[in-house]
Design a protein around this ligand. Structure first.
Ligand SMILES: Cc1ncc(COP(=O)(O)O)c(C=O)c1O
Length: 422
């Protein structure tokens, strides 16, 4: 029996669905080095999943490993303030336009949940507006209209998970991404009841149309709505200061995760000092206080890994290289799929993108849903058989990609496009 089949059998016995819930349980990753990963049978892949985003530098960055080893020798976790966590908060405030203060949590989903609660604490209002198809983790609020198969009329929320109280649905409003006219008319009716608006500045892979985020900012100001940018994916990836730097729109608060913990469990809520004061009972009193703590918050191992990752990203040429790698692959995809006669759109930013098999432009969840998802899955299977490892719906280029990786990717894409049915 192959090693991998043995692990899959064992996983099926002890894990629901045979997996961790994250990714195809039919592959068991043994190790990663640089730009590549190997499965338990020794098959080698160029890694475009990169841990779902955190491993932007590649898998075995020596400098990150050195600081992690040094910290491990001094202690793994303290549940108390530590200098690494304070330094990381300083660097986040330096880098991210909206960040004056930082509160740590352990996962991106938690950060989003607290950011929404913070908007409620700050405004005394209840409703949260999110965009259909926007991903903000697994909280009850975030499960509303995340990936609905049954489409409802806006702004009615549809829960995408069992176990969510009806009351949460009533407190959520759903709007189509990139539709400023819809947003304006919704806010004209209910703007004064809305605590916060949460948005992925680039929603999954769909970019904001020019002026959209600026208009969202203006509308939030008009009604006193807290604007939350979910930068779990885009933070430190789109630019050192994240999507807010790239697009030139500053939210009131943002959430950060993935890269900021250097591959360890760490995420953060970062915002202006007035808002962040709600985490401090001495500033806002018990009425406005948002209770928040967590065993691993500000973990020193994650903090040193994040700090070193950020230091490397600040070096000359880092973002240019990531963007050039991504642009190369976007161009190859576009050429190969056109040559083979497949209707498609390459949707995203060079730091994060994918193919959508549709002839029509993709500007929101519903137009993305028009894409042929089965064809996308077949394309990904053909790529995997040629040593290209990626998630369904996303491709993340890393800084570790070499010329050989890019050439292998080019050949794999050309072959897969030529063999793809439909
Ligand atoms: C935009 C966005 N927000 C939130 C999250 C949730 O982060 P985590 O998986 O760390 O809870 C993710 C995860 O992929 C994400 O892409």
């Amino acid at each position: 029996m192959k090693m991998q089949d043995n692990w899959i059998e064992r996983a099926n016995r002890v894990l629901p669905g045979g997996g961790f819930g994250n990714f195809d349980p039919g592959i068991i990753i043994r190790e990663g080095k640089g730009s590549r990963v190997w499965d338990e049978d020794g098959n080698e892949y160029v890694d475009y999943l990169i841990g779902s985003g955190p491993m932007l530098l590649g898998h075995d960055n020596e400098e990150v490993q050195d600081v992690v080893r040094a910290q491990i020798g001094k202690g793994l976790t303290f549940f108390a303030n530590n200098s690494a966590g304070i330094e990381l908060a300083e660097e986040i405030c330096q880098a991210v336009p909206c960040a004056e203060q930082v509160r740590y949590v352990t996962s991106g989903g938690e950060a989003d949940m607290y950011a929404m609660r913070l908007a409620r604490a700050a405004t005394g209002r209840e409703k949260i507006l999110k965009f259909e198809g926007g991903y903000h983790g697994m909280s009850a609020e975030a499960q509303m209209s995340l990936a609905p198969t049954k489409l409802s009329n806006f702004p009615l929320a549809v829960p995408d998970s069992a176990g969510i109280p009806e009351a949460v649905r009533d407190a959520m409003l759903i709007a189509p991404f990139n539709d400023i006219e819809f947003l304006r008319s919704l806010l004209a009716e209910q703007g004064d009841e809305i605590a916060g608006l949460i948005v992925e500045p680039l929603q999954r892979v769909v970019p904001p149309e020019p002026g959209f985020l600026q208009a969202v900012r203006q509308e939030c100001d008009k009604y006193g709505i807290v604007l939350i940018f979910d930068e779990i994916v885009t933070g430190f990836r789109f630019a050192y200061g994240g999507a807010q730097e790239l697009y030139g729109v500053t939210p009131d608060v943002c959430t950060l995760g993935k890269i900021v913990g250097g591959g360890f469990p760490l995420a953060a809520i970062a915002g202006n000092a007035d808002l962040m004061a709600h985490f401090d009972v001495s500033k806002v009193g018990p009425e406005g206080f948002l209770m928040q703590l967590g065993t691993l918050s500000g973990n020193p191992v994650a903090s040193v890994a994040g700090l070193k990752t950020m230091e490397i990203l600040r070096r000359d040429g880092a973002y240019e290289k990531i963007r050039a790698n991504g642009q190369f692959i976007m161009d190859v995809l576009s050429q190969s799929l056109s040559n083979a006669g497949h209707d498609h759109q390459i949707v995203g930013d060079p730091t994060l993108f994918d193919v959508v098999f549709t002839a029509d432009p993709v500007r929101d969840y519903r137009s993305w849903l028009n894409g042929d998802a089965e064809k996308n899955a077949r394309f990904n299977t053909l790529l995997r058989a040629r040593g290209i490892f990626k998630a369904p719906g996303k491709l993340y280029p890393s800084l570790a990609l070499t010329e050989a990786d890019l050439q292998q990717t080019r050949e794999a894409i050309a072959e897969a496009a030529a063999l793809l049915d439909g």
